[in-house]
Write a protein that binds this ligand. Structure first.
Ligand code: ATP
Length: 326
């Protein structure tokens, strides 16, 4: 029999579509197991400011389809300080929490891990980030919705690109990771996909575009992850245009559209499952781990490992994307 009677749940870092479905699953699974469940607003900032609220089955009704997070999210500089973390710990004790579910990205797991190590407090993490950059799960919550938003937008841009014979450089999110760029780039049939994980050679890109021109390609789409080593879409477009100005060139930044919107079916189901499994993991005595799904099976990866071993883009996929664009 578990000694856990009361758990908290918070969302932290960048918001991602599907976080609400996960909160709903945590709350309802907790209630099913006769636990008290408390929502904490504004991530770690809310732990420090004591923004705790009792949750009921009803308080998570009608949110599974909503983007964003009803618990709000924040990036908290104070939580990184000793005083901030001590204040958070005091509030955890004051509110008699026995465990916590943290839904967020790698930064959030670093923060959660610091709390686990310092106070031996049980925390289980769920990967909620559109970036899909965490080691230990095939997909993170929000990634599928984000790439679907990207392909919808790029398909529309492609229509105008081909009508006007234009070359578009389209920037998608991904400061450190190219997953959004790679998957959406394949899905839209991009001429090239530039990601932070591989070195970009402007001359190679120009050769590719020249080859396309010789084959009478009337338009083109280049997907650029914002963290590419040659710069964002504006920068790359400028460098290409300096040496190759055959096409009328345009730049488009998809931006925060990628974070919003109703979560896809895949994200809703993934979020529900991960939220459900996170509460089961707490009751089974796990702490300091991220719950993930690998090949349909539930997996538990220590925070330290999920953060340190940044997920890698598959080299075969990179090769395939290149071959298919020729
Ligand atoms: P996303 O991947 O969507 O950006 P994230 O979870 O990586 O989400 P971050 O802003 O990197 O977002 O991290 C969220 C919060 O986690 C930070 O604002 C900070 O409060 C906390 N955090 C990050 N690193 C640490 C750390 N080393 N110690 C304590 N807290 C940390």
């Amino acid at each position: 029999m578990s000694s856990i009677k009361k758990i908290g749940v918070l969302t932290s870092g960048g918001d991602a579509p599907g976080m609400n479905a996960c909160i709903r699953a945590v709350v309802r699974t907790g209630i099913y197991h006769k636990l008290e469940v408390v929502g904490i607003y504004h991530g770690f900032e809310g732990l420090i400011n004591n923004e705790f609220e009792e949750m009921s089955s009803h308080s998570v009704a009608n949110i599974i389809q909503r983007g964003g997070t009803i618990l709000k999210t924040a990036r908290s500089e104070r939580f990184k300080t000793e005083e901030g973390m001590a204040q958070a710990w005091e509030n955890i004790q004051k509110n008699k929490l026995d465990a916590l579910v943290v839904i967020g990205g790698d930064g959030s797991f670093r923060g959660a891990n610091a709390l686990v190590e310092k106070y031996h407090f049980p925390i289980v993490g769920v990967a909620g980030t559109i970036d899909n950059d965490l080691y230990g799960t095939d997909f993170t919550i929000g990634y599928d919705t984000a790439i679907n938003t990207v392909i919808e937008a790029v398909d529309k841009i492609r229509d105008t690109a081909s009508s006007h014979s234009r070359l578009f450089f389209i920037e998608v999110m991904g400061r450190d990771a190219g997953f959004i760029a790679m998957r959406s780039g394949i899905a839209v049939g991009a001429e090239a996909i530039l990601i932070p994980e591989t070195k970009t050679h402007i001359q190679d890109l120009i050769s590719l575009l020249e080859k396309g021109r010789r084959k009478n390609k009337a338009s083109g789409i280049i997907i650029v992850a914002e963290g590419d080593d040659e710069g964002g879409a504006f920068e790359v477009a400028r460098k290409v245009k300096e040496k190759f100005d055959f096409y009328d060139t345009r730049v488009s930044i998809i931006g925060h559209l990628q974070r919003g919107g109703s979560p896809s079916c895949m994200d809703r189901v993934l979020a529900s499952r991960l939220g459900y499994e996170s509460v089961n993991a707490i009751l089974d005595g796990y702490k300091g781990v991220m719950v993930g799904i690998i090949n349909k099976e539930v997996s538990f990866i220590p925070f330290v490992k999920s953060v340190k071993h940044h997920a890698e883009v598959d080299k075969d996929i990179i090769k395939m994307a290149h071959i298919l664009s020729l």
